[in-house]
Design a binder for this molecule. Sequence first.
Ligand code: ATP
Ligand code: MG
Length: 573
Amino acid sequence: MRTSQLLIPTLRHPPGEADIISHRLMTRAGMIRKVAAGIYTYLPLGLRVLKKIECIIRQEMNRAGAQELLMPILAPADLWRETGRWDFYGKELLRCQDRHARDFCFGPTHEEVITDLFRREIRSYRQLPLNCYQIQTKFRDEIRPRFGLMRGREFIMKDAYSFDADEAGARRSYQKMYTAYERIFTRCGLTFRAVEADNGLIGGSMSHEFMVLSETGEETIVYDERSAYAANVEQAAVPPPSDEDHAALLPLETVHTPGAHTVQEVCASLRVAPARLVKTLLYQTPAQEIIAVLIRGDHEANTTKLNRFCGTEGITLAQKDVVSNLSLAPVGFIGPIGLTGIRIVADHAVKAMRNFVVGGNKTDTHLIHANWGRDFAVEAFLDLRQARAGDPSPKSDSRLQEAKGIEVGHVFLLGTKYSEAMQATFLDASGHERAAVMGCYGIGVSRTAAAAVEQNHDDKGMRWPVPIAPFHIHLLPVTASENVLTTAGMVYDALTGAGMEVLWDDRDERAGVKFNDADLIGAPFHLLIGDKGLAQGIVEFKRRDTGDVVNLPPNEVLPHVQSLLAAYDLPNV
Ligand code: ATP
Ligand code: MG
């Protein structure tokens, strides 16, 4: 295709609000344009990348035995009421009414709609297993849409749903999707890791997230090089500490700690290490219950684990006014001693401590030599803290390491949560009615494109992995001489005739402008045709990733590119 015939509005400078590299570069390269917060238009180059990712996904989903369908974006509220999610999903669910004042939502995910289809159409175990997928625009009214395509409100997702006759079958379906996801992200040219994850709002019993490893990732993962263990920190179990402090219990003492609100300030004021302090964090459940959580000073609380313990979603730190309504001390001085009327739970690490520092429930006051059991009661000691680098691995005797990741895919074993709520049943071989065992599997198509850029760029622009690049070859005539243009035309015809995707920069621009745009757009191979080279019978073939240049006679370009592309399983779009 010719540049002059494509809308590629490149920009020299990114818009001010573009906050991460993929957002900046995709905007500058004229691939996307923001319409409203978290809502984008995909321009021709951006759309080509999305189509390629979709094509790879389709091929691998079909290969794994899933079949494509397309559900509506709008879903009637009644279906969502059946599973309770109409109320539970909260503000992320964008709702609307039709002219008859009937409630609908813009689907953020489609368990309800597909389960409704299942219960209407499937009768017998002979029709199972069934796995259906779609690639579709989703809407989630994210509280903080940001990072361009990474966290949009409207975005493209592949979502698949499997139905099996029993748990063993569901696990097989899950494993097939897991394998398909590994193939998809490998074919997209991404460096990724599958990690154990929390099931969260969607429910069910097992899940893995596929993380593209990148410093700009919003997720933190921990892994252990020795075993295959890798998990989202939200999920990673922390075993109780193996060594306990057995020191004799010292008498409790009150100490004056003026203005010391934070762990650091208290530790500096008392000259103790953060590991000698226990912080008391007050959390509020969606049902407005307040719960006190005790965590060692140098550890972080994990709200996912806390939610799981409380059987809730969306537990948050209690607001300041809630804390003062309980007539407790200001934040920073709260402690477990004398805290009445609320539940107190503690992380395992606190159980191993003796004679520690706690807040004194009074302004500018802490207590030293506090001890659980003697000075206050703890309802339960649990795993409530975030795993971190250096913690022992739960699967081997080595230590955990940390990395940042972008969640591009998520597979869940759902069990019968939705099929039971919606009576999606079938008759088994002995004629008994049973609820189908489900799995669901998502891939953020638009997020995957952005993640690829986070992982593949330099200070000049993007460096698309070959299989998902908008074009394979960027053809760059350096001058507008007849010789150059004739050769460019010949090479273009030869390459496109052999099925290669060529972007021909036919604009009347200086070579420098063309080179800058080509580096920005990031096709994997650049072909520079100039008078000087042609005088010696050669054109320059440059790899965008390494910058390596080879000089080739024009008629050798095609076999050269063919041999390079032969290494890839390219999508057909
Ligand atoms: P996150 O924790 O990032 O909000 P999620 O757990 O809500 O993701 P899922 O419900 O599992 O995501 O959705 C499936 C996939 O859709 C995710 O793995 C991700 O790749 C993609 N996705 C989810 N939310 C967004 C969004 N706001 N913008 C773009 N892609 C998204
Ligand atoms: Mg989300």
